[in-house]
Design a protein around this ligand. Sequence first.
Ligand code: B12
Ligand code: SF4
Ligand code: SF4
Length: 376
Amino acid sequence: MDIQTLKQEIIAYSKEIGIDKIGFTTADPFTELKNRLIRQQELGYQSGFEEPDIEKRTTPALIMNGAQSIISIALAYPSKMTYRVESKKGERRGIYARASWGQDYHHIIKDRLQKLEEFILMKVPEAQLKSMVDTGELSDRAVAERAGIGWSGKNCAIITPEFGSYVYLGEMITSIPFEPDSLVEDQCGSCTKCLEACPTGALIQGGQINAQRCVSFLTQTKGFIPDEFREKIGNRIYGCDSCQTACPHNKGKNFHFHAEMEPDPGAVKPLLKPILKLSNREFKNRFGYLAGSWRGKKPIQRNAMIALAHFKDETAVDDLIEVLENEASPVARGTAAWALGKIGGDSAEAALVKALDHEADIEVRNEIEKGLNFIK
Ligand code: B12
Ligand code: SF4
Ligand code: SF4
């Protein structure tokens, strides 16, 4: 079979298995990306979640011997919930970003890539293939951009003309020399809406991010959130969508193609107070299947306390005192102290004074003092 026919058959099959967009590019090195990654590293703008080996990241042949091409795939995810949570007055909720709605997307993309691999191997049994999503060496966005999936927006996201930027990306390195597809034209123009919408100024300039300032990154860390960002996080308990919701190319883009991606509104917009009391098992059962839970319970609990402070939820004071007095983790105790100070009131103040009496951890003491200063 000639390669052009095979490519057409792969494209047709991809539609059958629920791949919303597919593109092909060469396995040539990503030279521009390499310079970019070095620069980002020098500036200290990386998150630390990236694959550290820049040579590997930008040289497909180092990842798979005989690499000739890369197939990029995109699956569109919903941007609006089909039904809302029934909220009672005064009940405060947090929010998981859209990329964490429904089943963890890593499994969904892996499933499609595996089906695609099986199809290709049926046609070309000697083919060598290597698939990855998110945690692989390659930059999923750089591959997608070069394979004509979408353009690289000023908000850093790959924006497809069809589905906006609400797409998950994955790719497969192959030993088959497919004809590459052409690039999608950049349609950002003079717009700067995403840069203006970013709550922390993480978008330095069009297409460049300081990940250390990005709320999405901050919600996924394990330590104390630096003071300057705490109030800006709002009620986001995982991720951040502000630079995507602001984008005019996402307007009206809301696709419900994949049953696995349907969010449970009660899980992705959960009540905040109960999160503070979850056991590990309860957390796993209720939130464990979400992509946004990959760092475990503690960061989500910390973010929930910051969200309760954001709402100045006086009904949360007792629960926060409980955390301050009984939690083993200094980050949890310290964040509870800070939140109590932000919410204020007599019992919050009394609990902070009492805690200062016996708290031994220096960082937690520091947070208690900050809390008391808010009240005074
Ligand atoms: C580390 C990481 C993060 C970090 C850093 C993000 C970042 N922008 O670098 C943090 C934790 C902050 C993060 C957040 C998010 N992430 Co993330 N993340 C990754 C990961 C693992 C690596 C990204 C990376 O290497 N970045 C380094 C930068 C330098 O490179 P890059 O963005 O990959 O490539 C672009 C730049 O290099 C640029 N570029 C290259 N040369 C030059 C030169 C110039 C002059 C310019 C202007 C640009 C430029 O072009 C490339 C293509 O767009 C990828 C998965 C993967 N393996 O690729 C997912 C990934 C990028 N994340 C994804 C998502 C969904 C998100 C969030 C939307 C989640 C959320 N709702 O909270 C946010 C969006 C934040 C944002 N505005 O980027 C998706 C993006 C899908 C899409 N449509 O673009 C990915 C691809 C995961 C996936 N498989 O679907 N993420
Ligand atoms: S995800 Fe949020 S914090 Fe990060 S760059 Fe976009 S708007 Fe800024
Ligand atoms: S908001 Fe404007 S500048 Fe930002 S990615 Fe969308 S079109 Fe581009």
